[in-house]
Design a protein around this ligand. Structure first.
Ligand code: LLP
Length: 394
């Protein structure tokens, strides 16, 4: 991701910023496209993972659809050329304004998350003399074996409709002439690396689609959501997620009937490895028990470590073997342990504790890797910080 000239370029720039390697992004998108096309699967990019305009444009150019969770995402998807016939709209709290916007845009499908929402979409569609296409987001109660903050498919989670409410769903659909039932939707969590989890999901989907067919509802769309994880520990040696195995599980275990379409909503796996957060060491503090590296980036630029105890690989780019002046003179670099922290006035503003790094100094460039998903888009202005910028590979 970083060669000598990239690091030289960074030295001229004000930090912090996100660095996007568009080559890595292109390679990842191509791998996903190839693996999904083999089975005729439809992939929608989950825009919430990253809506940086350059990133969106490249993803759109590969012919992916868009998975949106707000009216503004629906608008942005269409503005960036994602065809409206490939836009899906999920979310547990869609406002009337957002539903109206999506109705006006004639999107492919609403993923409805409650019985009450079905009636609201029906009323709003009726007022416009339109029919809204609907998939029912069902909570399959499958454990994603991921961090509980990013688990979404258990009965205790707020998302989707629980299976004990399916009769109410069927009644509602029968009472709503301005809804067209397309199929069923699932999303059980994020950063899932165990393929057995997806096998369990397939088996649940098979049971649930049978239920709908048995009750007189033809299921045209099976939308399995997203969640495929990435390797946060080895971004250089394992930079592309195993799309082959992922799609194969669905091909092997999902009961796809003639005329049915299988849809996916991948976010993280498409964009995570394509960016790093680049910052500088502001201060080195040597404590009694700890050494701290205080960076000029913190939770306002990348909140994942603080919010989900997420691991991101941290590298000192100024002390990489090819850039370390001390090495030129045959001096050995000293490895030390540091707590790598940000400048924000919160104790939780720590990227990672006890990181093994070469001895580091004020002004060194630090990369926090695998930051392309849920990084820049979750940045905030807390402490009245400047909005983090972004630069791209040449
Ligand atoms: N579909 C739905 C309905 C979703 O809610 C999500 C993510 C996705 C698809 C895409 O999931 P992915 O393929 O990216 O795992 N901010 C958290 C992740 C939150 C995920 C929210 N939903 C993080 O930084 O780990």
């Amino acid at each position: 991701m970083f060669n000598t000239s990239t690091i030289k370029r960074f030295q001229e720039l004000e930090t912090p910023f996100y660095y996007y390697d568009l080559g890595v992004l292109r390679q990842t998108l191509a791998a996903c496209k190839e693996a999904s096309s083999k089975y005729g699967f439809h992939v929608h990019y989950a825009m919430k993972a990253n809506f940086n305009p350059k990133v969106l444009d490249m993803i759109q150019s590969f012919g992916f659809g868009a998975d949106c969770v707000s009216g503004n995402e629906v608008k942005a998807a269409i503005e960036h050329g994602f065809g409206k016939e490939n836009v899906v709209f999920a979310g547990v709290g869609k406002s009337d304004k957002e539903i109206n916007l999506a109705l006006d845009a004639d999107i492919f499908c609403f993923n409805a998350e409650s019985v009450q929402e079905l009636f609201i979409i029906n009323d709003l569609a009726k007022a416009k003399n339109k029919t809204a296409k609907i998939a029912i987001r069902i909570n399959p109660n499958v454990d994603a074996h991921t961090h509980h903050y990013i688990t979404t498919g258990l009965e205790e989670n707020k998302f989707g409709i629980n299976t004990f409410q399916l009769t109410d769903v069927a009644d509602a659909l029968r009472k709503c002439p301005n809804l067209q039932f397309l199929g069923i939707h699932f999303h059980i969590g994020s950063q899932i690396t165990d393929m057995e989890v997806y096998k369990s999901l397939c088996l649940r989907i098979n049971e649930i689609q049978d239920w709908f067919e048995d009750h007189g509802f033809g299921v045209k769309v099976l939308n399995t959501g997203g969640g495929l994880g990435v390797d946060y520990h080895h971004p250089d040696t394992n930079g592309v997620s195993d799309f082959e195995s992922y799609f194969k599980v669905f091909n092997d275990f999902l009961k796809v009937k003639p005329g049915q379409e299988v849809h996916f909503e991948l976010g993280r796996a498409l964009v995570a490895q394509s960016a790093a957060l680049i910052s500088r060491v502001l201060y080195v503090k040597n404590g009694m028990k700890k050494n701290f590296l205080v960076l000029d980036a913190g939770m306002t630029e990348l909140i994942r470590p603080m919010l989900y105890q997420a691991f991101h690989l941290i590298q000192n780019l100024s002390r990489e073997p090819s850039h370390d002046m001390t090495q030129d003179f045959g001096l050995k670099t000293l490895d030390l342990k540091y707590d790598v922290v940000g400048p924000i006035c919160e104790s939780t503003d720590c990227f990672q504790k006890d990181v093994d790094l070469p001895q580091s100094f004020r002004g060194d460039l630090i990369a926090v890797r695998t930051a392309g998903a849920y990084g820049e888009v979750m940045a905030s202005g807390y402490n009245l910080r400047d909005r983090v910028g972004s630069i791209y590979s040449e």
